[in-house]
Write a protein that binds this ligand. Structure first.
Ligand SMILES: Nc1ncnc2c1ncn2[C@@H]1O[C@H](COP(=O)(O)OP(=O)(O)OP(=O)(O)O)[C@@H](O)[C@H]1O
Ligand code: NI
Length: 345
């Protein structure tokens, strides 16, 4: 096992059999437990699932942004800056990683406040990211481009805003400034981790619209992390559903909504009867997310699964590809798709 079959024609990122642990006083948290996926260049790929299922840790692992007590235990991570050119993230030095992180692969986090330093102007901070990545030689040179970047994110009066301090901006404007900063070094991949959760609902929609528009105009690839199924439906080309550190199902968005196969995905969608209505939290699913220090053996979902069978308590389900683009990790589908040796990853 391991390795995994990945099916991207032109991947920008590939993750194979990733394991991440956190070594806490209470015990070893097995947070990511054999995750594989690829992101197609130019698409919006979504990681969705309840709180604690491993979305953020997975996305941070892409550039090895895992701090102690966390550790990438195992796995392969590849970044393809252009078709056919493969960079082995696991083998890069910290220095080489820093060159990619915040430049070619940029992150946008939930809380724009914490991404900005209250002591410096927006223009200074955007210039600083450019300076760090050798786009400019002096901070001063960055301001013209900073104004351009603020324009791109539709911040009104950018010539004035470039000289503003974070506290002078509203939450929505701060997030636009953070997005401007993430664009400073011409990223190829933007990882947006719950980018609108901290904002008002109307502002949320505007920021999402902005991301969609920027992605189209700048030819970016977007990895979007959310627990909002409505956002998934609106924004994503493909979606991976995570549960307790595992991808339980992956499919093109429409197919996932029309033909959900994993019992967990089915419950998730039942909890959100109308995905176009924005529902913030997935809370109507019975049971709780398992303790990842002592995760359930076999299928990690089995204690909550309405279809639980004996084998589910014993063995981890293989990943079964039900068609070219749709996979599910569930024993229910094994009979319909025999030849598991070929299908197991
Ligand atoms: N620093 C840490 N120490 C211990 N455990 C951690 C740490 N960071 C993350 N974890 C564990 O890793 C698991 C995955 O966390 P992660 O933040 O990726 O979840 P998530 O899906 O992003 O959740 P949310 O929707 O709340 O952001 C969780 O069980 C969490 O407890
Ligand atoms: Ni998270």
């Amino acid at each position: 096992m391991g390795g995994g079959m990945l099916r991207c024609r032109d991947p920008i990122v590939e993750v194979r059999d990733l394991y991440v642990n956190f070594y806490t006083y209470a015990g070893v948290v097995k947070a990511i437990y054999g995750v594989s996926f690829c992101i197609e260049r130019g698409e919006t790929y979504c990681l969705v699932g309840e709180t604690g299922c491993g979305k953020s840790v997975t996305s941070r692992a892409l550039t090895r942004l895992i701090q102690p007590p966390g550790r990438i235990e195992k796995g392969e991570i590849y970044y393809y800056p252009e078709p056919g050119k493969r960079i082995d993230i696991m083998r890069l030095s910290e220095e080489e990683l820093r060159r990619i992180r915040g430049a070619e692969i940029a992150y946008i986090f939930q809380d724009p406040g914490s991404a900005l330093d209250p002591l410096y102007t927006i223009g200074y901070q955007i210039s600083e990211t450019m300076l760090v990545h050798d786009m400019i030689k002096k901070i001063k040179e960055g301001f013209t481009r900073a104004v351009e970047l603020l324009k791109k994110t539709l911040i009104p009066d950018p010539e004035r805003r470039v000289k503003s301090y974070p506290h002078e901006l509203s939450g929505g404007m701060k997030q636009r400034a953070v997005i401007s900063m993430s664009l400073a070094n011409n990223p190829k991949l933007i990882i947006a981790d719950e980018p609108t959760t901290a904002l008002d609902v109307t502002i949320q929609a505007q920021i999402m619209e902005l991301l969609r528009e920027l992605k189209r105009r700048e030819g970016l690839t977007l990895l979007l992390i959310t627990h909002n199924m409505g956002l998934v439906a609106e924004m994503c080309d493909r979606v991976a559903v995570m549960y307790a550190g595992i991808i339980v199902e992956e499919a093109p968005t429409e197919e996932l909504f029309s033909n959900p196969l994993h019992p967990y995905t089915q419950l998730l969608l039942r909890a959100v009867p109308d995905p176009t209505k924005k529902i913030e939290k997935l809370e109507s699913i019975p049971g709780t997310v398992p303790n990842l220090i002592h995760p359930p053996p076999g299928c990690r979902f089995h204690p909550r699964c309405p279809y639980m069978a004996e084998i589910c308590r014993q063995d981890r389900p293989p990943e079964i590809w039900v068609n070219e683009r749709h996979r599910v990790a569930c024993w229910r589908y094994i009979d319909k798709h025999p030849n598991p040796a070929r299908l197991i990853h």
